[in-house]
Design a binder for this molecule. Sequence first.
Ligand SMILES: CC[C@H](C)C(=O)C(=O)O
Ligand SMILES: [Mg+2]
Length: 568
Amino acid sequence: MTDTAPKTPPQTRLNWNSHHVTQGDERAPNRAMLRAVGFEDGDFEKPIIGVAHAQSNITPCNNGLGELADHITGAIREGGGMPQVYGTITVSDGISMGTEGMKCSLVSREVIADSIETVSRGQSHDGVIVVGGCDKNMPGAMIGIARLNIPAIFVYGGTIKPGHYDGRDLTIVSVFEAVGAFGAGKISREDFTEIEKRACPGNGSCGGMYTANTMSSAFEAMGMSLPFSSTMSAVDAEKAVSSADSARALLKLIEQDIRPLDILTKKAFENAITVIMAVGGSTNAVLHLMAIAHACDIDLTLADFERIREATPVFCDLKPSGQYVATDLHEVGGIPRVMKMLLKAGLLHGDCLTVTGKTIAENLTDEKDTPDAGQDVIRPFEQPIYAEGHLAILRGNLATEGSVAKISGLKSIKITGPARVFDSEEECMHAIMADQIRAGDVLVIRYEGPKGGPGMREMLSPTSAIIGKGLGDSVGLITDGRFSGGTFGLVVGHVAPEAYVGGTIALVQEGDTIELNAETLNLTLHVDEAEIERRRAAWVAPEPRYKRGVLAKYAKLVSSASVGAYTD
Ligand SMILES: CC[C@H](C)C(=O)C(=O)O
Ligand SMILES: [Mg+2]
C-alpha cells in the first residue's frame, strides 16, 4: 500500500436492499433485525446515522447529554434520517483528580475513540453525530470521527455556569485552590465548606477556559461544530436548539458527501491552535490536537504550536489565569467574535470548509470584528493581555523531545533552583501540604508519564495547592505527567522522554540545579554531562505498575507525549 493510501479503508454506503442474484436477498437477515428496532419498508433507503453520546450521572459535564441526544434523534427523523443511538464512556477529571483513578482519564480518550469507530463501522452508519461533555470526550470523539471519515459533526454538552460566594464567581478550580489556602490558614473552615458547596451549581463542563471549553472552542474553530455552540451553557435552551440544528446540518453533509477529512485539514488545525492561544486555553490541547492530527494523517508537531504562539496575542481574560468564565465570553460574542478578530488580523484561514457547508469566512460574514464596548472579557486586539501565546514549548537536556509550559498569569516566567524530586503525585502533594516546600524550589514529579503512570495524570491538586499557599510565583514544577486546564503557574508538563523510558528526568537527584526558563524556552538540568551519563548507566527501568487490563494495554501501545500520546 502506498504511503498516500488511507490508513483505514473508506466506509462506503451499504445497500440494505441489495438483491444479490446468486445468493438471493442477502440483506434480509440484517433488515429483519432492524425491523425489530422500528425500521419499516422505505426506511432502509434513508441515511442511518449513529448518535453517539456519553450520557452519565458520574459527572455534571455529561449529566445532560441524553436529553440533547433526544433532541438530535427527533431532528434526524424529521429530516428523513434513521437515528441509531448508542453510548460511549466518560471519566470525570474533576472527580478523579488527585486519585489513582485519574490514570484512567487520558486512557478514556482512546476507549471513546475506539468505541465510536467500532460501533459506527460495525453498523455501517452513513453518518455520525457525537455528543460529549467532559475533557476527553472531545478528543476521543474526534479521533473516532477521523478514523471513520463518514459525514460527522460534534455537539458539545455545554459549559457549567459559575457558582457564587462572597461576591466572586466560583469554578471547580476555586475548590482545588481552597485546599491550599485552607491548609495555609488563609481561609476559614466555613469559607472552605461554602466554596465546596457552591462551586458547581448544575450540569455542564468546568466553567473556565479549562480543557473541556478549550477543546469545544477548538472544534468550533476547526469547523466541526456549529458557530456559538462551544460556549453555550449546558442548561440554557439554546444548547438544545443548537443540538437539533447540528442534526439538520449533518443530514446536509450526508447529502453533499462532505466528510471530516475534507474539513480537518492542516489549516483547520492551525486555526484551532490560533484560537486556543487567543483565549488562553489548556495545555491539553497540545496533546489532543496532535493525536487528532495523527488520526487524520496530518503532520502537526510541537513546532507548529511554537510558531503560532509567537504570532498570536492572548486577548481574552479567562480563567484560570484571567477573571472570566466561558459563559461570560459567550455573552460578548463567543468564539465567532474571537475568530472574526483573528480573521481581520490575518491570523486565521478563512477558506476552510466547515460543517455548515460554508467556509469559516462565510460563517463569520455578519460577525463584528471588534470587541463590544463596556466589557473587558475580550480586549481590543491591539491591547492584548499578553503579546504572545501562553503555551510555550520548552526543550533542553531535561526535555530533548519537548515539553509544554503554560506561562500566563505570572510575574516571572523563569526560575532556577534546587530540585525537589518525587516519584509520584501523592508524594509531592504530601510535601506541599506539610509545608516542606520553600520559595525557589523546583518540584519534579516523575514516573507519571503516558507509559510510566501509566495514563499521564493531570497535576491540578499539587499546582492548585501551590497557588493556594501563595507560592505560585516562587516555586517551579516540572513533570512527565500533564496539567489540567485549571492549572497555571511556573509549571512545565509533558516532559519527554518520560522517566519510565529512561528520560533524563529519571536521573535528577534531590538538590540538583534545574533551570526552567520560558523566555529562552529552556528546561535544563545543570549537572555535568559525564555525571548524567554515569547516572544513566546505573538507571534501571521500574516494573510496570499495571500488568493486565486497560492500563497495561495502554502502557504497551501509547506513544510519547511529544507526538500526542496516541495508541495506534
Ligand atoms: C478545572 C479542571 C478540570 C477538571 C480539568 O480537568 C481540565 O480542565 O483539564
Ligand atoms: Mg482535565
